[in-house]
Design a protein around this ligand. Structure first.
Ligand code: NAG
Ligand code: NAG
Ligand code: NAG
Length: 720
């Protein structure tokens, strides 16, 4: 009985493990080229074990020698057959395991190559993924192609996404770009390698395409409006390209065209005012809260999703209102902007029902006037272009050859210049071409830019550096490095406009203006004067013993007024005036910094403490600069004290100044006449404030030495 079972077991083990088909024969073991066999282990007890081992390593053949050695191979029999496989296997006396010069060869049933290795996604884009891999270790012949299968496993799309398969011909291929994918979708990408006889096992990788922008939202509809608020109905948004995360409601000044690219986020109301950006987010809510906010009141003064829903400006100036859909996933974010309500004539018509039919008439009249105006402008542009070109050519003849052209590509548009006084006269066409001939085009070898940036500016990084003057002596300068080619068109326009301001202003003793430009193929260096010190830090020095001579205070004040008067004459408003934005030479001559493109080189300041009450409501005009000027004089007399240091929050400052008429105090050593001048600068009615040409006489007053520093300096209230 026992013996019978034993025999059956033996038969079974032969039948399943080492079938007759598996045995390929006895062959001479290679003498030189061993057919690249791989010796796996030395004490192969049975052929079954050797075959299993080689199969798990993706080899096609297993061979046994000397009764106990197991080799894994991709080919066999190069030296011809043999009949010398006479050694019984050490672990299975009934089977033969080659001899010292012959090998018993078995098939492992492996057909294709071993799987490719190291599959990874090396580049994720919204509609494509680049995948890379390495070839199989054991090709078992020649790898002829790869098959890649792409299956969407998770998506935000409502479309049905079918699996796709592509074939990459050629065993040396090791990467490809999978295209036509759906954004914001998780894919299972698997790859197999194929040789002449079969395909390998698959390996796979799971990865996401980047999200894409949501679908363009509908323009909101007005339900109701009164003097300070507008109630809107918002349509439900959707996104095929990623999760729909949030809705934003944005407000833009009438007449401007704010950016709408999918990677741009607007800022909040406070920052918009501070940085003169004519559009802002007035509220944000999560997509899940849509039903709560689908009727949205713009201008209700509340905080909505962390954004101040500022009351609309008085007098009501038909702002433009839009909806933004936000899609956010991990660190990716995409925006879609609706058309703006109020951007078209028909919106305004709808806005103001009371105008009735006359609104239509006035639309037509308006259009006619606009067409006539545009026609005239076009004519003037063409004429102006030819005149300027002729003049420019004449100028060019007399120029030094080294004075290269400043070739900022793209036309210069003169639109809504934020830094200009509103009643700016229209520019002659092509004026930029004209102006650039006035800028020093600095040869690159004259300019040395320190490699570590001071900070990021709006258009690039800000560095210190030196430029050689005509005598070869280095002068310290501030360099704004602008990657010209990388700027978006709208940003470039802004940049040129601000550069323009500096060019227009030219040079003046009390201004730290433009030194020149240096253009390389990929970078525009805007070089600005860098005074050796800064008025604020020099004043603060007095607090640690480096006396600030009192007798310089009022003359410095006069000189600042002279600089500001000069800017005013050139129709430039200084929007960042404070002691920190004034440079100082070693002999106490002030140099105003931070106008035009220079404002991006300034530290990130909180300016509420220098802001005139009317400017909290957006207004820009020169008397507002007079207000800030008064604060600068106060800063000097307090040796760098922080204005309203008892008020922590900028909003508290706004409230105190605007609503409670709070003014900075008269300091202990401040004579009455000086304080009266300051109070006049801080008149509520901006018309009653003095002009800069009057303030230029400040030095005719007199002050006594300052005996006590009473006002604290709190940097956290002044800097971000
Ligand atoms: C990905 O696809 C491969 C091959 O089609 C499959 O074997 C694997 O299980 C899939 N992985 C996931 C996580 O779906
Ligand atoms: C305008 O309407 C809002 C509510 O829609 C209301 O709270 C506000 O007081 C109104 N303002 C005026 C000036 O009527
Ligand atoms: C409608 O338009 C007229 C004239 O343009 C203006 O006086 C009036 O204030 C407007 N009404 C509203 C509600 O905007």
């Amino acid at each position: 009985m026992n013996q019978k079972i034993y025999i059956i077991t033996l038969c079974l083990s032969f039948g399943y493990g080492v079938s007759v088909q598996d045995y390929l024969g006895c062959f001479k073991s290679p003498t030189t080229d061993f057919d690249s066999p791989l010796l796996v282990f030395n004490y192969a007890v049975t052929p079954i074990k050797c075959i299993a081992e080689c199969k798990s390593r993706y080899f096609m053949y297993a061979a046994l020698m000397k009764g106990e050695q197991c080799y894994c191979m991709s080919k066999y029999g190069g030296d011809g057959p043999s009949n010398g496989c006479t050694n019984p296997c050490s672990g299975d006396g009934k089977a033969f395991c080659g001899s010292h010069d012959s090998m018993s060869v078995y098939s492992t049933d492996q057909k294709g190559p071993s799987p490719p290795r190291g599959l990874e996604v090396s580049e994720n884009k919204p509609t494509s993924l680049r995948v890379m891999w390495q070839p199989p270790d054991i090709p078992n012949g020649i790898v002829r192609s790869y098959n890649i299968r792409v299956v969407a496993v998770e998506t935000h799309s409502t479309l049905q996404l079918f699996p796709t398969q592509i074939e990459i011909i050629g065993g040396t291929s090791d990467n490809t770009v999978l295209t036509n994918l759906q954004p914001g979708t998780k894919y299972n990408i698997s790859i197999v390698a194929l040789n002449a006889v079969g395909e390998s096992e698959a390996i796979y990788v799971i990865d996401w395409t980047q999200i894409g922008p949501p679908d363009k939202p509908e323009k909101p509809k007005i339900i109701e409006k009164n003097d300070s608020t507008i109630k809107l109905r918002i349509a439900k948004g959707s996104s095929e390209n990623g999760p729909l995360t949030a809705y934003q409601i944005v407000v833009a000044d009438a007449g401007i065209i704010p950016p709408t690219s999918h990677d741009i986020a607007y800022t909040n109301y406070d920052k918009a005012i501070k940085n003169d950006i004519p559009y802002y987010i007035t509220g944000e809510f999560e997509a899940a809260e849509f039903y709560k906010y689908k009727e949205f009141v713009v201008g209700n003064g509340l905080k909505i999703g962390g954004y101040y829903n500022a009351p609309l400006e008085q007098p009501f100036d038909n702002p433009q209102i839009g909806v933004v859909l936000v899609s956010k996933l991990r660190n990716e974010i995409q925006y879609s902007y609706s058309d703006l309500l109020g951007s078209e004539k028909s919106d305004n018509f709808m806005f103001n029902r009371s105008t009735g039919n006359s609104g239509f008439d006035s639309t037509i009249v308006g259009l006619c006037v606009a067409i006539a105006l545009l026609g005239t402008l076009l004519l003037a542009t063409v004429l102006g272009y030819f005149i300027l070109r002729r003049r420019h050519e004449q100028i060019r003849m007399t120029k030094l050859p080294e004075q290269q052209e400043l070739t900022l590509q793209g036309p210069m548009h003169e639109v809504d210049n934020m830094a200009y006084i509103p009643e700016d006269v229209p520019e002659r066409p092509n004026h930029y071409q004209d102006l650039k001939s006035r800028v020093w085009s600095i040869p690159k070898n004259f300019l040395n830019v320190d490699s570590i940036p001071l900070r990021r500016g709006r258009f690039g990084t800000i560095h210190t550096g030196t430029v050689q003057d005509k005598n070869g002596a280095p002068t310290k300068v501030l360099v704004h490095c602008i990657s010209d080619g990388k700027l978006r068109a709208s940003e470039k326009k802004n940049m040129l406009r601000e550069l323009d301001v500096c060019i227009k202003v030219g040079s003046m003793n009390h201004l730290a203006g433009l030194v020149g430009n240096c253009e390389t193929p990929d970078t525009l260096y805007v070089v600005l004067e860098l005074p050796p010190q800064n008025l604020k830090s020099r004043l603060l020095g007095a607090r640690s013993g480096d006396l600030f001579p009192t007798e310089y205070i009022l003359p410095i004040g006069s000189s600042i007024a002279a600089g500001l008067s000069y800017l005013e004459a050139h129709k430039v408003l200084h929007s960042h005036l404070c002691a920190r934005s004034i440079g100082l030479t070693d002999d106490f001559v002030p140099k105003i910094m931070g106008f035009g493109i220079g404002r991006h080189s300034l530290e990130d300041m909180k300016l509420a403490r220098w802001t005139a009450p009317e400017r909290f409501g957006h207004k820009k005009h020169n008397p507002a600069v007079v207000w800030s000027y008064g604060v600068v004089i106060w800063e000097m007399m307090s040796m760098g004290g922080t204005p309203y240091s008892d008020l922590q929050d900028e909003c508290d400052v706004e409230e105190a100044v605007v609503e409670k008429d709070v003014r900075l105090p008269q300091l202990r050593d401040m004579p009455d006449p000086v304080y009266e001048v300051l109070l006049s600068c801080w008149q509520n009615n901006s018309e009653e404030r003095p002009m800069f040409d009057e303030l230029m006489r400040l030095h005719t007053l007199s002050i006594c030495p300052i005996t006590a520093i009473t006002e604290p300096y709190l940097p956290e209230l002044e800097l971000n």
